[in-house]
Design a protein around this ligand. Sequence first.
Ligand SMILES: [Zn+2]
Length: 389
Amino acid sequence: MSGPVLDETRRILGDLIGFPTVSADGNLALIAYASAALDAIGAHTRTTLDASGTKANLFATIGPDTDGGIVLSGHTDVVPADGEWTGDPFVAHEEGGRIYGRGACDMKGFIACALAMAPAFAATRLERPVHFAFTYDEEVGCFGARALVEALREWSVKPSTCVIGEPTGMRIIEGHKGCYEYTTAFTGSAGHASEPDRGVNAIAYAGRFLARLAETGEALKGRAPAKSPFVPPWTTLQAGVIRGGTARNVIPDHCEVEWEMRPVTAADADFALSEIRRCLEGELSPEMRARHPGAGIVTHVVGEVDGLEPVAPSEALDLVRELTGGNAADVVSFGTEAGLYQKAGISTVVCGPGFIEQAHRPDEYVSLDQLDLCLQMLDRLAGKLSRRS
Ligand SMILES: [Zn+2]
């Protein structure tokens, strides 16, 4: 790519890194900055606010007001700047062909490329619209994208394709597992261990739940899709933490299990959750309550990030293959917002500048080479969408 657009990307990325958009602290200043830039070139911008009023999604459209647009999607939030940094994590610093700062690759680099290319899109007579989707709270459970997909439905905006610019080294990623996380709390009734039948042993009930989790996990192995690219190829389900009880001779009235599932298909997630619901709500909970009215089970949803299922044919895959010249399509082990778009009927792949190895750690960076490759992809997109007249 020619210097001026790369220089512009560099300048914008510096500005974006300067907004300390750690998920918990909100992103309004960054959203106002991006909105102003897109408004100035005539984009149609809309925002949605979260319940706290401190976080917003920005959705901007350039081109005709029609269905079938391409969404360029990036999350604006970053993880906290923990650990030992060489410089200030929220002041961009360029050295040796790299730009350092929190969010440089995850994923303000992609957002900077999109914003730097926005004037080129605006100057092109587009056949189909290009949308910019900049979201909040990706790092803590994809809550922004969930709200945005809902808003798209309300606005009757129907894009056909979405590219999530998470750092993949500009490789095309067509799939990742979902990640569903839960904490299930068992409340029993205490008593002396010498008379177990007079209390309700919360640990014993949690144990029966764990046995069901293991059984369901085994059943999931038999459901692996024939050509699943994942390792392992099936949906996994397991408990990672258990807490409960106070002493050997006391019937425990509390036990908590933290467990997770990584589904390879939405059908697997439904299957496993219905098995678990049958166990908890259909069997264990009624039995506990029959023994003590105050006993019972509550499951808290920590997060439910949908997976991205590789599908064929895929408009997004064909498009990004054409734009990048890359033929391979891989899967990755980290989660993204892609599954939410796919669930909404939008063909989606993940492809963006920088490498996940540099994300979520001190001295995060993105290289100018990677930004340049991303700009080339976006430049070809503008060319492809331009109306021949
Ligand atoms: Zn990310």
